[in-house]
Design a protein around this ligand. Structure first.
Ligand SMILES: Nc1ncnc2c1ncn2[C@@H]1O[C@H](COP(=O)(O)OP(=O)(O)OP(=O)(O)O)[C@@H](O)[C@H]1O
Ligand SMILES: [Mg+2]
Length: 370
């Protein structure tokens, strides 16, 4: 049996690799997962992020063995597991709605997976007790799920998933029902357990901050496909598609046109009147309509114009904690947000010119014109 509380000197167990290879799932004529491939390293945490209905739960259900794919394979340590029933896959799953059995006590819920795997007797009892201690619910073992709070039910679902000593942990929006503080506690708890047990983990979430803080890598899904699979920083700083760009964080999209291209540099004429020179992505042609995407914190406001600034009209300026958020509008009518650290200067001169911050890393995307 795996040690549950290793001392820092003990090495974390080596996790398993999980490979999803060209996976496609259909429900009737509809394609829910469309040729998804992901290579996940041992002990890695991958967040699946994407809008409702993009296929996240379906993907997890195929890996766990509850849904059969139309094509593609799931491999653990290089071996296909598609022929195995769910209870032989060594995969722990926490469902989107917890799915605790309402008529079973907390202890019976946690024991469920062990019994489904044919285990009986004192070893099951011991394992259940250890799991309940781990999620700090030892005193609740005889209660029914409806006698627990959402956060406690969450912990039971986690204990049930971990009871079978999985090598792969699948978490489907496990923290969605929790309030902010409890969510943070559970995020830390899951990360700690995941590290301790060396669990290769997929976490489905709607919460970008959660994905950014918990995951080693993020897969952004859209309409059944993975649009980008990368580190959180790369997803934020170098989004590969307009969809990923708009889905992660807040961004401003400024329409423009490629006025010239030379030696990998695009000269971009923005609708705001400014002309900027930027590294050109591969799929951009001279004359092409483009969007310049720039994050609110990568823009600055100035009182005087420069060669690369453009005039804006500043509407609202809202203090948000340590930041000041400006709602501005360009001469071509594009609404933008600019965020800067809040400094107190009551006699400030009006600032009506906007430009890229020195360290700004804007992205260029092709723009389809109607
Ligand atoms: N059993 C089913 N029968 C038919 N269609 C289904 C079934 N389960 C899911 N779908 C459809 O497949 C698509 C993907 O569903 P899925 O549950 O994987 O999305 P999701 O990304 O988990 O969404 P959410 O964020 O809302 O949980 C959706 O269009 C959904 O309506
Ligand atoms: Mg879902």
């Amino acid at each position: 049996m795996q040690a549950l509380a290793p001392t820092p000197q003990q090495v974390a167990p080596a996790g398993r690799t999980l490979d999803v290879d060209s996976l496609t799932v259909r429900y009737g004529a509809a394609v829910a997962v469309d040729g998804v491939s992901l290579g996940i390293e041992p002990g890695e945490v991958v967040a699946l992020l994407g809008p409702s209905g993009c296929g996240k739960t379906t993907l997890l259900r195929v890996i766990a063995g509850f849904v059969r794919q139309a094509g593609g394979r799931v491999l653990v340590d290089g071996t296909a597991i598609d022929h195995l029933p769910a209870n032989q896959r060594n995969v722990g799953i926490v469902f989107q709605n917890y799915a605790l059995f309402p008529h079973m006590t907390v202890a019976e819920n946690v024991a469920y997976g062990l019994r489904a795997r044919g285990q009986r007797g004192a070893s099951v009892e011991q394992r259940v007790e250890r799991m309940l201690e781990m999620v700090q619910l030892g005193a609740f073992r005889a209660r029914l799920p409806r006698q627990l709070s959402g956060g406690q039910q969450q912990r039971v679902a986690l204990a049930r998933a971990l009871a079978v000593e999985p090598s792969i942990l699948l978490l489907d929006e496990p923290f969605a029902a929790l309030d902010r503080n409890l969510r943070l506690d559970m995020q830390i708890e899951v990360k700690r357990l995941q590290r301790q047990l060396g669990l290769t983990t997929i976490l489905v979430t709607h919460d970008q901050d959660e994905a950014m803080s918990v995951a080693d890598r993020i897969a952004v899904m859209n309409k059944g496909k993975v649009e980008q699979f990368d580190t959180p920083v790369a997803i934020y700083d170098q989004p590969q598609t307009l969809f990923v760009n708009g889905f992660i964080g807040t961004t401003n999209l400024l329409p423009g046109k490629v006025a010239g291209l030379e030696a990998g540099i695009a000269v971009v004429a923005l609708g705001t009147g400014a002309t900027l020179r930027l590294p050109a992505p591969r799929d951009i042609a001279a004359g092409a309509p483009v969007f310049l995407s720039v994050r609110p914190e990568q823009l600055v406001l100035e009182a005087t114009p420069t060669a690369e600034s453009w005039p804006v009209e500043v509407g609202l300026s809202l203090p948000l904690g340590s930041q000041l958020v400006h709602e501005v509008r360009t001469v071509d009518g594009t609404a933008m947000k600019i965020v800067e650290p809040r400094r107190r200067s009551p006699t400030e001169v009006p600032r009506r010119f906007c430009l890229l911050a020195p360290d700004a890393r804007p992205s260029l995307f092709p723009r389809s014109t109607p």
